[in-house]
Design a protein around this ligand. Structure first.
Ligand code: ARG
Length: 466
């Protein structure tokens, strides 16, 4: 098919087919079609209201645009390469349907403010969907945490056993990350929800348009104050990609922990068959593909963020075709984040079982109660640093003797320091070690129960809109 002549009569020759392909964005920006139609309907209504076109013409435009929406939804509108992009595709089809009046739609508008409008409408929708998914992810974390307030799990620093934790406390850390993600997206929303429509190609328009009216029709909070900025700003997209990258950071950290936990070496969780895969050669294998894929897909989103930063760097005002490259970065990031959130939520909800017996055993087999011995002495008047050194010594001799702290006799404790009494055994039992950390935000069971109920109200009172 030959290239349709959309540009002015200034062009005599058709575009080279390879260049037409190179230039075209229709293969991916078709994703914006519903938003493009919505934006165009608002533009047509504004042209009518401002007396730039007649009410009959306005009605024809809107009816034609809505027909295209129906055709698209029914799978009957599939523009090809010759359309170049979604905006031309819609305009051509509109003229086919309603005739010459369709050519009036583009009055007082450019594809530059149009594509900016579409992208913002798209992102606005996606942000709401992702926030909703974050809520589901958070609520599954809370469900699991509810059941595991008193399940103990080794806590690590430097991936070395540090102090035991309530498993609920560990999971609530991810809840908090997701909470910040949810809030951050709400913040990004504020800069997404500004209308560039009516900025024209770069300088505004000679027509008496009403930008505030289209903004209102499209539910934007405000309009860009400067037309050059309006058509060339992609800060909002970069901000979204930053927020998306942080979601992926959080999901991949959780993924990494699940992968470790599922290993023979840790043995803290069992993967259920519905969320794990086998090996084609090693019959004993059950692989944590879901968290591995999430961890792996994180790279794509970081890459897209980097790509858009580089696209924008050094770009002169105002619109440049470089900006067409923002779309695949955004679309792929949105799809990736949504797919990862969905998969992780399912994995947590039904694909993972904590091996509570193994966990109970794990917290008993190390020196992660050593701090509590030092705290015991410090609470009885021994300066903490002195107590710390004393316990360091006893850890060393115990390791040499193949013992744990709980194996020391009362005699041995008393020899070490006269302040030790029979209650030292209770003080260093893993359950007590956890329970005792009752400082605000700590892992003590009482604090964890408070944190859980705060978390529940947090996800209930915040509605997923604006
Ligand atoms: N397909 C283009 C994009 O995605 C639409 C805007 C084209 N504007 C232009 N002046 N060529 O950015």
């Amino acid at each position: 098919m030959t290239q349709q002549q959309t540009w002015s009569q200034r062009f005599e020759l058709a575009l080279h087919p390879a260049i037409a392909r190179f230039n075209a964005s229709i293969s991916f920006d078709i994703e914006l079609i519903e938003y493009d139609l919505t934006g165009s309907v608002a533009h047509a209504q504004m042209l009518t209201k401002c007396g730039i076109i007649s009410p009959e013409e306005g009605e024809q435009l809107v009816a034609g645009l809505e027909q295209i929406r129906q055709e698209y939804r029914q799978g009957k509108f599939n523009p090809g390469m010759e359309a170049e992009d979604v905006h031309f595709a819609v305009e051509h089809r509109l003229v086919e349907i309603i005739g010459d009046v369709g050519k009036k739609l583009h009055t007082g508008r450019s594809r530059n403010d149009q594509v900016g409008t579409d992208t913002r409408l798209y992102l606005r929708d996606q942000i709401q969907q992702i926030r909703q998914q974050l809520r589901e992810f958070q609520s599954v974390l809370l469900d699991i945490a509810d059941n595991h307030v008193e399940t103990l799990i080794p806590g690590y620093t430097h991936l070395q056993r540090a102090q035991p934790l309530s498993l609920a406390h560990h999971l609530l850390a991810y809840f908090q990350m997701a909470q910040r993600d949810w809030e951050r997206l709400g913040d990004v929303w504020k800069r997404v929800n500004i209308s560039p429509l009516g900025c024209g190609a770069l300088a505004g328009t000679t027509f008496p348009i009403d930008r505030h009216y289209t903004a209102q029709l499209l539910d934007f909070d405000s309009v860009y104050a400067n037309s050059l900025d309006g058509v060339s700003d992609r800060d909002f997209a970069i901000e979204f990609l930053c927020a998306a990258s942080l979601i992926m950071v959080h999901l991949s950290r959780l993924s990494e922990e699940i992968i470790l936990w599922a290993s023979e070496e840790f043995g803290f969780v069992t993967l259920k068959d519905s969320c794990a895969t086998g090996s084609s050669i090693m019959p004993q294998k059950k692989n944590p593909d879901v968290p591995e894929l999430v961890r792996g897909k994180t790279g794509r989103v970081f890459g897209h963020l980097q790509a858009l930063l580089v696209i924008m760097k050094g770009l002169p005002l105002a619109y440049n075709k470089d900006l067409q490259e923002d779309k695949e970065a955004l679309f792929d990031s949105v799809k990736t984040v949504k797919a990862c959130l969905e998969a992780m939520t399912i994995l947590l909800r039904e694909g993972l079982e904590f091996r509570t017996q193994r966990l109970a055993q794990a917290v008993c087999e190390d020196f992660s109660n050593a701090t509590d011995v030092a705290d015991y002495l410090a609470a009885r008047g021994v300066p903490f640093r002195e107590a710390y050194n004393l316990v360091g010594k006893v850890v060393k001799t115990s390791i040499a003797a193949g013992k744990l702290l709980k194996d020391l006799t009362l005699e041995e404790w008393k020899q070490l320091h006269p302040a030790f009494a029979a209650d030292i055994y209770e003080a260093i039992s893993p359950r007590q070690v956890v329970a005792a950390r009752n400082s605000y935000g700590g892992t003590g069971f009482e604090q964890v129960r408070i944190a859980l109920s705060h978390a529940r109200t947090q996800i209930e009172i915040n509605s997923p809109t604006k």
